[in-house]
Design a protein around this ligand. Structure first.
Ligand code: GTP
Ligand code: SPV
Ligand code: MN
Length: 595
């Protein structure tokens, strides 16, 4: 398929190590994809679902020990340890190559190595970056065909160049003790072994489009962020774009596909999805920041997705979708997950492949769930009813606002605005969120997750913040920066804010601020809305007092947070920019003055 000597030489080397029986090039054709689906069904790797109800949809179950990203086994392998920084795990590249080579040796014996040439962003566009993933998993091939742009045209666009990301994945024994997700940013290389799950193995996604890309972005003067991109279309036809960074399983897919509340719909407002997970951002010739979504599909959280919370996502998954670790409904050969509807199937197989008795389901005990809490759908962006017409525009979209947000039961108000780019970058650096099932480990523990990028920065976190500050000086017409929290709870632990589609009410305040159309209260943490300026028309359980409560800035709990931030900054280490410490000191002083 190519004469590129860099590509061929590298594949030869990797094949000599992994020793596959044969090598198959993925060309992006439907015939080849269909043959692979049939093969995966014949071996039990995938289950073909009801083709009338869910055309071209399949179900896959991963190993029980392999259901999420594994941050503890994810490494950044730079020649100098300090370049990976304190927040990342580091291994010496030579040592890592040697260690993993042992695991890869003969790992593909009796198996096929698939060669997947893919592009992140539109092939041939100035934003595009190319990768080749070698894998012995048909599931990975079929997911990459949805999530990225795959095919011979990528090899044509690459030509004779050696400028591509080399990704190697082998399932090996799915042994968690020998699972490694390793990045070599200095070599444009990613090695993943002993996993078959999402972010660990779809190497174009977190590994390339965030970890390697963030490293390249710093070198080349752009940014790779864990952000959704959405457009709000006004009744006059004008569209304003917002990027939002929330940690994993904290609401990006839901916000990106939101359906406006009636009050906005009847006025003619519309919301369009450009991306739900990753944004690549560059400064345009016009001095604004421009965003593209480098992906081609959505790898979305299934549980909680339903006709009320996210009908657009549900509709997107009605065809051409791979479901992973959800319930298999044997009654009609479809799928189910907690929060889909109130009718769990009586004849069902759970995500582990066991018979599932929904009457034993206990909400408080996650082990009784039919679908894994991090079960996912892999669906084509092209099937999304609210996909932006700019999705395939190689220039991307101009960004009016950047929104940070986390899952905080207390402390963070519904929304506030930073006072400058530098202050906004600081707000990103102090983000915190309760952990979710998207990564292995405890769930519900508050941890600092700067810019929602803690697991995804391919270099030192302090240098990453410095890059944010530098970018601010390069964008004459920079987006305004905000922070939101949909997850404040009352004394009984119930969410106070209705969330989902109603989040549009907060987006409208954000856009009004960007246009200078609404005033705000200055508080120690930044600008907070006047409660009356959050439109609550049509909301049953929310009144002005609810909004006031959601907007309170509790000085004592913020001061406690400041102490935690100091510890976190110390942990990040020497490369935290002085400007961030200045912002922190100023925040503390303002809070003390307000006591
Ligand atoms: P990744 O794909 O892991 O990066 O996650 P994401 O940020 O796209 O998260 P997603 O939108 O899939 O949301 C994950 C969970 O948060 C789901 O269980 C949702 O039901 C829940 N969620 C999303 N938006 C809201 C909201 O506005 N309010 C509340 N209470 N829950 C929400
Ligand atoms: C996340 O965990 O942020 C995801 C899912 O989007 S994964 O692709 O597994 O990283
Ligand atoms: Mn994500």
């Amino acid at each position: 398929m190519t004469n590129n000597k860099y590509v061929l030489g590298w594949i030869e080397e990797m094949a000599a190590m992994t020793q596959p029986d044969k090598i198959v090039w993925i060309d992006g054709s439907e015939e080849q994809a269909e043959a692979l689906r049939a093969e995966a069904c014949s071996t039990g790797e995938m289950i073909k679902l009801n083709q009338e109800l869910l055309p071209n949809c399949y179900l896959h179950r991963t190993a029980v020990n392999d259901v999420a990203r594994v941050e503890g086994r994810t490494f950044i392998c730079t020649s100098k340890k300090e370049d990976a920084g304190n927040i990342n795990n580091w291994m010496d590249p030579k040592e890592c190559y040697a260690k993993l080579s042992k695991l890869y040796t003969g790992a593909m014996k009796g198996r096929t190595m698939y060669v997947i040439p893919y592009s992140m962003s539109i092939v041939g566009s100035p934003f595009a970056k190319y990768g080749i993933e070698l894998t012995d998993s048909i599931y990975v091939v079929l997911n990459m065909l949805i999530m990225t742009r795959v095919g011979t045209n990528v090899l044509e666009a690459l030509g004779e160049s050696g400028d591509f990301i080399k990704g190697l994945h082998a399932k090996a024994d799915i042994d968690e003790e020998n699972r490694y997700i390793c990045h070599f940013p200095e070599d444009n290389t990613i090695w993943s072994v002993n996993s078959g799950y999402g972010g660990n193995v779809l190497l174009g996604k977190k590994c390339f489009a965030l970890r390697i890309a963030s490293y390249l972005g710093r070198k080349e003067g752009w940014m790779a962020e864990h952000m959704l991109i959405l457009g709000v279309e006004y009744p006059n036809g004008e569209t304003k774009y917002i990027c939002a960074a929330f940690p994993s399983a904290c609401g990006k897919t839901n916000l990106a596909m939101l359906i406006p509340p009636e009050l906005y719909k009847k006025q003619g407002y519309k919301v369009w999805c450009v991306g739900d997970d990753i944004a690549w951002l560059r400064v345009g010739e016009d001095g604004r920041l421009w965003a593209v979504n480098p992906e081609n599909g959505f790898f979305g959280v299934a549980p909680g997705t339903n006709l009320n919370s996210n009908p657009n996502a549900l509709y997107t998954t009605m065809k051409d979708t791979i479901f992973t670790n959800v319930v298999h409904n044997k009654e009609n050969n479809t799928v189910w997950w907690e929060g889909l509807d109130k009718n769990p199937p009586a004849d069902a197989i759970d995500w582990k492949g066991n018979v599932w008795d929904y009457t034993k389901y206990n909400k408080a005990d996650k082990s009784t769930c039919g679908a894994h809490p991090n079960s996912r759908f892999t669906a084509l962006a092209a099937n999304c009813p609210c996909l932006s017409k700019e999705f395939n525009n190689p220039k991307g979209v101009p960004v009016s606002a950047i929104v940070f947000g986390g899952r905080r039961a207390k402390t963070a108000p519904l929304v506030y605005q930073s006072t400058s780019w530098q202050n906004g970058a600081f707000v990103g650096s102090i983000m915190a969120s309760e952990t979710t099932a998207a990564a292995a480990g405890a769930v519900g523990v508050v941890r600092r997750d700067p810019m929602a990028m803690r697991p995804f920065v391919g270099y030192d976190m302090g240098d990453y913040w410095a890059h944010w500050l530098k970018m601010g000086t390069m964008i004459p017409n920079a987006p305004k920066i905000f922070h939101v929290n949909w997850f404040r709870t009352d004394a009984d632990g119930n969410f106070i804010w209705p969330g989902f589609g109603d989040n549009m009410r907060v987006l409208m305040w954000i856009l009004a601020r960007c246009e200078g159309k609404v005033s705000a209260n200055i508080t120690p943490i930044g600008y907070v809305p006047n409660a009356e300026d959050i439109n609550i028309e049509g909301l049953d359980d929310v009144n002005l007092d609810t909004i006031k409560e959601l907007l309170t800035v509790d000085v004592e709990s913020w001061l406690a947070d400041v102490e935690n931030i100091k510890e976190f900054y110390a942990q990040v280490g020497d490369r935290v920019p002085q400007a961030m410490y200045d912002e922190l000191a100023a925040l503390e002083a303002r809070l003390n003055a307000a006591k």
